[in-house]
Design a protein around this ligand. Structure first.
Ligand code: KIV
Ligand code: ZN
Length: 522
């Protein structure tokens, strides 16, 4: 049956709910890079952050609002005047600004978290939407934990928000508790209680605690919602949010049955997933739907045979439609600056001047060590260059003595945020342990390693190694990533960056709680 597809708005919250995942610590440059890629991907709305949360969050939302063209840019705000004013200031310069404000309607939250009353919640919703509307025309309102709330009370609050001028009403399944028919039923009842809801965009925001985020989002769309809130690779609080790539490919692949369309350029999906995974340090599980490395791999002989004869025997999507193939761009040792610039342009990175010089230097170093440099290598290098933010430690040099007859010894030189040379050394259990502890000794920080991973960017013996580190410093966890053909160097770069990110978080907490101090190494 041919249907005229109905448009579903894709609201991406990778940079807000996604960034709330433990250990993720994106700096403003990294957030801007992700936001630019989300714009290339064609999402309709970017939730760029929670501006009142920290000065760093505010600056990132403001930079995205100023620079990213196309999508609506929104900032999150609790239903409190200072939050709304901060969000309004952060999104003010966007082409199309939105303020997203929320307050809980479930009794569990009202009694225990807000320690408030239903009457205060109604007043909070009224005042916050009215205040937000005094700054922007586009206001989204969310009754948090709605799916565990009394539907009639939630309907009263939604009616108030609409009366005050909310243009989008989002119904969050905050704790991932709903099941699809129940969630759809909740939305249907809201439409019955609040007929004015038909004049707004109804939105769904589902968490994946029971693995139902995408199924619940789809049920919501079938019940009338026309905005889906989701995140790349499904990252977000706890088990995460509905995964953007799954929602989009579900609607695209089953348009015959469902009849909905989005404005997403599906060929940008794979690259967006890689960039988000790289910059957040959150790996994508190999069997993850749509973007996992095995999503298009066929292991059994019967399947391989079938796909070789006719792809559709065992594939419901074509890998090229999500941009998984077509990365055949290759540069070599003799390629010049012009070839590099146009290759980067093809990948969506416009680099000139000093940025092109730096990229060219790193490309030449890589081409000396590796026969061919592919699109995936270039993408990894360019992303790597974004990581050294202002006021960070940087790795200057290192030596590691490795032997199977005595414990490895590492010496490092790290440049401090004030550009001082810090030297350290350590004899560890292995070369990676030795260099990590040598960095602790140089920086006089007692950071503890929580996770360490190393992956190859492409296949082959000379592949670039990509390391990811999660560490803990004074109660704050942070991640860092590093890329090099030398895996010890990739590991050290990742550690130094994780340490910089952790220190930034510790300093932000210390500014808020002046009694707390960084713990120096013994
Ligand atoms: O899960 C949730 O309820 C949220 C709201 C702030 C929309 O993230
Ligand atoms: Zn959420």
């Amino acid at each position: 049956m041919d249907m005229d597809p109905e448009r579903v708005i894709i609201f991406d919250t990778t940079l807000r709910d996604g960034e709330q995942s433990p250990g993720i610590s994106l700096n403003a440059t990294e957030k801007l890079e992700i936001a630019n890629q989300l714009a290339r991907l064609g999402v309709d709305v970017i939730e760029a952050g929670f501006p009142i949360a920290s000065p760093g969050d505010f600056e990132a939302v403001q930079a995205i609002a100023r620079e990213v063209q196309g999508p609506v840019i929104t900032g999150l705000a609790r239903a409190q005047a200072p939050d709304i004013e901060r969000a309004a200031e952060a999104v003010r310069d966007a082409e199309r600004p939105r303020i997203h404000t929320f307050i809980s309607t479930s009794d569990i939250h009202i009694e225990h978290q807000l320690q408030s009353t239903r009457a205060d919640v109604k007043e909070g919703a009224r005042a916050s939407v009215a205040h937000a509307r005094s700054f922007v025309e586009d206001v989204e309102f969310s009754p948090m934990d709605a799916t565990r709330a009394d539907v009639e009370f939630t309907a009263e609050v939604v009616q108030i928000a609409i009366d005050e001028g909310a243009t989008t009403i989002n119904i969050p399944d905050t704790v991932g508790y709903a099941v699809p028919d129940e969630y759809a039923g909740f939305l249907t009842r809201l439409y019955e209680y609040v007929p004015d809801l038909r004049g707004c965009v109804l939105s769904v925001h589902c968490h994946d605690d029971l693995g139902l985020a995408v199924a619940n989002s789809l049920a919501g769309v079938r019940a009338g919602a026309r905005q889906v809130e989701c995140a790349i690779n499904g990252i977000g609080e706890r088990a995460g949010n509905a995964s953007l790539e799954e929602i989009v490919m579900l609607l695209a692949t089953r348009v015959d049955h469902l009849g909905y369309a989005t404005g997403v350029q599906t060929r940008e999906i794979a690259r967006t997933s890689r960039i988000v995974s790289r910059l957040t340090g959150y790996p994508v599980q190999p069997n993850k739907a749509v973007v996992g490395r095995n999503a298009f791999a066929h292991e059994s002989g019967i399947h391989q045979d079938g796909v070789l004869k006719e792809r559709t025997t065992f594939e419901i999507m074509d890998a090229t439609t999500i941009g998984l193939e077509g990365n055949d761009l290759v540069l070599g040792k003799h390629s010049g600056r012009h070839a590099l610039r146009s290759a980067l342009g093809e990948l969506g990175f416009e680099v000139d001047g000093q940025a092109l010089n730096t990229a060219f230097k790193r490309f030449k170093e890589l081409a000396d060590r590796k026969k061919t440099v592919t699109a995936m290598d270039l993408e990894a290098l360019v992303t790597d260059e974004l990581r050294d933010a202002l006021r960070s430690y940087t790795l200057a040099w290192f030596d590691v003595d490795v032997s199977n007859r005595r414990p490895p010894h590492a010496r490092v030189s790290v440049r401090s945020p004030d550009d001082e040379e810090l030297l350290g050394d350590f004899t560890g259990d292995g070369p990676v342990d030795a260099i990590f502890r040598a960095i602790n000794s140089a920086t006089k920080r007692e950071a503890r390693l929580r996770e360490f991973r190393i992956d190859a960017v492409t296949g082959g013996q000379d592949a670039l190694g990509e390391a990811s580190v999660v560490l803990e410093l004074a109660g704050q966890t942070a991640s860092g990533q590093g890329v090099s053909t030398d895996i010890i160097e990739a590991a050290a770069l990742a550690y130094v960056r994780a340490l910089s990110n952790a220190e930034r978080k510790v300093t932000a907490v210390a500014d808020a709680e002046p009694d707390r101090e960084l713990t120096p190494a013994p």
